[in-house]
Design a protein around this ligand. Structure first.
Ligand code: ZN
Length: 93
């Protein structure tokens, strides 16, 4: 095993310390470039599972609940405009 030295205190780092990512001699974290220079993959970090959200593009787009009220209101406004226009036209005829 290649000797990896701590970048903070130049102490030889054991495999355990490299696994933990902490230097026991100085109590500081081992920076990632130390691993890189040593040709190691790096500290075993918890693989953050990328939340693979499957976007529901099939039917969710047309049924978007946030779109429905707006369209509904637009339709109402349109109806109101038509109603107003009729009233105005009828009033002047
Ligand atoms: Zn150290």
């Amino acid at each position: 095993m290649t000797a990896v030295r701590c970048s903070n205190c130049a102490a030889d780092l054991s495999g355990r310390e490299l696994d933990d990512g902490w230097c026991n001699a100085c109590g500081k974290s081992i920076p990632s470039f130390v691993y890189r220079e040593a040709g190691l993959k790096g500290r075993k970090e918890k693989a953050i599972p990328q939340a693979t959200r499957t976007p529901m593009t099939t039917s969710a787009t047309s049924m978007d609940p946030e779109d429905r009220p707006a369209g509904w209101q637009l339709a109402l406004i349109g109806l109101a405009m038509i109603g107003l226009a009729t009233v105005i036209v009828l009033a002047f005829v």
